[in-house]
Each structure stands twice: as C-alpha cells, then as structure tokens.
Design a protein around this ligand. Structure first.
Ligand SMILES: [Fe+2]
Length: 388
C-alpha cells in the first residue's frame, strides 16, 4: 500500500513534468498556420537579415519537432523496468557462470557450472558477462534519459525480495527474478525456422525442448549439491542455454513492437538503437543453444533430445539453421521475407505479452502481487501508446 501511494504521487509528478502531445501538436499547427498566412515575403520584409532568418528558421524547426510525450515516457519506463529485470537475472547468471570483474562486479563464480556452460561454447563466460554489462547500460541510460526529460526513472528496489542461490559463488542479496523454478518456452526455436507461419497471424509453434514445459527446472545451481551428478549439472547449463535465447528473443520483438507507438524522433532513435542489441544477443544464444548435448537429467527425467535426429530433425529443428527463415509478413499476398517476429503493436511481442510470458516462465515465482500489479500497469500504459 505504501508503495502504491508513493507511486501514485510519482505518477502525478511525471504527468506534471512531461508535456502532453496535444500541446506540441497545437504548437506545430500554429507554426504551420503562421508560415502559410505570412509567407516568405512577409517574413523577409526588412524584419530579418539573412543570418537571423536562418536562426529563426532553425528555432522554428526545433520548436516544430514534437515534445517527448506522456506515451513516450510510458514506453521508456516500461523498457527501463524490463532492462532492470534483465540485469537482475543476467547478474545471477554472471555471478556463477560468467566473468566477474569491475565491469560486472558481484559473485565469485562456480567452476563446475562455468565448465558445464562451456560445453555449449568455450566463450560462454565472456558472452554472459557482456550480455549482463549491456543490460546494465540499457537501464542506466533509459533512466538517465527519463530524468533529463523531467520524468521519473524506474526503481524496483523495494521488490528485491527473492532469495539468492545458495551455491558457492553467488552473492547473498535479494533478487527480483527467480532462476530456480523455470518452465522455459522454447517455441522461439521453431518459430524462427518456419517459412509459412508468423505469430502475428495467430500461428503457434512447437517447443524444441518439450520437457522444459513439463515442470519447474533450475537454470543455475540452487546449492552445491546441484553440481552433481554430471548430467544433472549439464541439464542445468542446457536449461540456461535455452533460457538465454528465450529472454533475448523477447527483447528482439519488444523493441520494434513498442517503437511503432513512439512519437518523438529521439525516443524512436533510442528504441531503434537498443533493440537490435537484443537481437545480437538472441542470435548468439540461438547459436549456442544448438550445442546443448542430448541427455536425460537422472534426478528429474528432463530430456534434451538430439534436435538433428528423429522425431526432431528437419528444417524446423536443425541446429545450424540459426538465421531467421523468410516467412509471411503483413499479408499472405506478399512473398516470404526474413524478419523479426512477432512485431504487431500490442500483440504477442508487446509489453503485456512480455510480462505474461516472463510470468509463465517462472521468473516471478515468489514475487508479491504488488510487484506484478506495478509491472502490469507499466506494460498496459506502454502498449496503449500510439504515435502522434
Ligand atoms: Fe536489454
């Protein structure tokens, strides 16, 4: 309750600070009207020198560009929240399986878990470190930009209530996300291989690893007992490998979906510049997940099948098909095209859908209702935003 009251007050301040789009629109139309009525002749009738005419034109141009709108702020605030959550989960991965240094401090590493991740690629610890650093930079930048526009930054510190792993190497601090009870949806694997289907058309896709939807599985060792037996630890590393792809394909769809609702060119530039880094992450993790060895976890029966062999196999599962296959886009009358999918505004790659997918993933198991309500509110406001 205390938090909600605080947030209501913050929202009020935000509304006060941010110019609504209506004001910028009317100023724009005023300028257009003024120029149309006066015409160039009237402006140049001995009132301005050539230099000051240029200066005034530049001022008019600057004033004519729309202000950062309340909707822009809603989109930026949701993205800041998502980036804080991504940072929280990537930090947990980095503490145990990445490189700990001044760029990504905290934790001291789990040699066994790190080695199991390196079965997917010898540089996994470096990639985990770099993905974590990127997320830190994303939320830090977004919050700094919000402050520069007189809007409130996002702070989720009151929700850091979830426990840390007890495994040697992890920090013992409160977390926002839970990496120890995941049900990872791996349908992104087949979605990016389909040549005829697109989630924006309502199409659905089978998971690459069906077993990951049939229980709750750790993606980091919960305690040192999880470091044995060998195939159990490898199953945890495999789960992480597919979870990395799940998280980053989400960001890959989220940014283009929300960008379509942005009004201010600079805010659009922010979304168009951060979004593709999520895609760079996704592409990397898509490649690495295909190296996860086939095995059965002896402790819980979780199966990682050979994706290149029956009943998997073929173009929908083949592990070296890591680039998006061309598929239907906008209308079936057009030829197939290689694209990010989904990207429908407010659709299955939008803000509300992202929160739903992350909730179903198990990331928020143990989180308070206040947290879920807060995140959902930010998501609804972001999805409702339309350009202009
Ligand atoms: Fe990010």
């Amino acid at each position: 309750m205390e938090h909600n009251a605080h947030q209501a007050q913050k929202d009020k301040i935000m509304e006060h600070h941010v110019q609504p789009s209506k004001a910028s629109t009317s100023r724009r139309s005023f300028l257009r009207r003024g120029l149309a009525v006066g015409g160039a002749g009237a402006i140049g009738a001995g009132l301005f020198s050539a230099g000051s005419l240029y200066t005034n034109f530049a001022h008019a141009q600057a004033a004519a560009s729309p202000a950062v709108t309340k909707g822009d702020v809603a989109i930026l605030r949701f993205l800041a929240a998502i980036e804080i959550l991504e940072t929280d989960l990537w930090q947990q991965y980095n503490e145990l399986g990445g490189i700990q240094d001044s760029e990504v401090p905290g934790g001291s590493g789990s040699p066994g878990y790190t080695a199991a991740l390196q079965v997917l690629d010898g540089d996994m610890d470096q990639y985990i470190h770099d993905n974590t650093e990127d997320e830190i930079s994303h939320f830090t930048f977004l919050n700094a930009y919000l402050v520069s526009k007189g809007a409130d930054p996002v702070n989720l510190d009151t929700f850091r209530t979830l426990p840390s792993s007890q495994a040697t190497g992890a920090q013992h601090i409160g977390r926002l996300t839970n990496l120890m009870q995941l049900a990872v949806d791996t349908s992104w694997w087949t979605r990016y291989r389909s040549r005829t289907k697109n989630p924006d058309f309502g199409d659905t896709f089978p998971p690459a690893i069906p077993g990951l939807l049939k229980g709750q599985f750790p993606a980091i060792p919960r305690h040192d007992a999880d470091l044995h037996p060998k195939d159990h630890l490898q199953a945890i590393a495999n789960t992480a490998g597919f979870h990395f792809g799940f998280i980053e394909q989400g960001g890959t769809s989220l940014y283009p979906s929300l960008a379509q609702g942005v009004t201010h060119p600079e805010v659009l530039r922010i979304l168009l510049s951060i979004g593709p880094t999520e895609t760079a992450h996704f592409q990397t993790w898509h490649d690495k997940a295909g190296n996860a060895p086939a095995l059965t976890d002896p402790t819980n029966g979780l199966v990682f099948p050979d994706l290149n062999a029956s009943p998997s196999g073929g173009e929908d599962f083949q592990t070296n098909l890591i680039m998006p296959e061309p598929t239907v886009f906008l209308s079936r009358k057009f030829p197939p095209v290689s694209i990010i999918r989904p990207t429908e505004p407010g659709g299955s790659g939008g803000a509300v859908a992202t929160v739903q997918a992350w909730t179903a993933d198990g990331l928020f198991i143990g989180q308070s209702q206040d947290f879920l309500a807060f995140l959902r509110k930010l998501a609804v406001q972001a999805d409702e935003t339309r350009r202009g």
